[in-house]
Design a protein around this ligand. Structure first.
Ligand SMILES: Cc1cc2nc3c(=O)[nH]c(=O)nc-3n(C[C@H](O)[C@H](O)[C@H](O)COP(=O)(O)O)c2cc1C
Length: 182
């Protein structure tokens, strides 16, 4: 059985991205899921001065170890003003001070959703272009627009969007199957 991480890149207790990440992770065949709650990684605001004075916070090392322990990553990005939530960007900034290889080459299913019709397309595009510089291996990406219209407890209700998700899941499962056990 492969170990996967589910992460909604939001600190909201009602995060729709966390909901999506957990749902999609639960559909991955033959995998055990660890859910990462970003509220467990609320780090001080990154600054060069803070790093010089206090060093890298323990939470950043802990997050890095959790990624290292996984075989694959299911991440859904919340979009705030066209980019990452501040809490997620801050975490990434600290992580890159440990090692630029933040995502450690683990196969990643990268998603975004929002209540609006663009489904977090802007933040998804930003991550698709930049995560590869952080050893992100994005094997599939998926955007779910109009979350509250297209998602219910049972999952994605729009047929076309559900079919697309199944295709992306299959790509992720294929990549996961090729990973040597950690
Ligand atoms: C400060 C702020 C900025 C936002 N900016 C965007 C945006 O640029 N694009 C968008 O689609 N939604 C935007 N939204 C709406 C979010 O997509 C919505 O709050 C969503 O629920 C966030 O995901 P989450 O529930 O996983 O935290 C914004 C929300 C907030 C609070």
């Amino acid at each position: 059985m492969k170990k996967i991480i589910a992460l909604g890149a939001s600190s909201s207790s009602k995060s729709i991205n966390k909901t999506l990440a957990m749902h999609v992770a639960s559909k991955v065949a033959d995998a055990s899921i660890t859910i990462i709650n970003l509220n467990d990684y609320l780090l001080p605001l990154y600054s060069v001065d803070a790093e010089e004075k206090f060093g890298i916070p323990e939470g950043a090392y802990q997050f890095s170890k959790v990624i290292e322990s996984a075989d694959g990553l299911v991440i859904s990005l919340a979009e705030h003003n066209g980019t990452y939530t501040a809490v997620f960007k801050n975490l990434i900034d600290w992580l890159t001070r440990i090692d630029m290889k933040v995502w450690k080459g683990k196969p990643m299913l990268l998603m975004a959703t929002s209540p609006g019709s663009r489904g977090g397309a802007t933040v998804l595009a930003a991550a698709k272009s930049y995560f590869p510089f952080m050893e992100g291996d994005i094997v599939a990406d998926y955007s779910l627009p109009s979350f509250y219209d297209n998602f219910s407890n049972a999952g994605v209700v729009n047929r076309a969007l559900a079919a697309e998700l199944d295709e992306k899941l299959a790509l992720f499962e294929d990549a996961l199957a090729k990973v040597e056990m950690v």
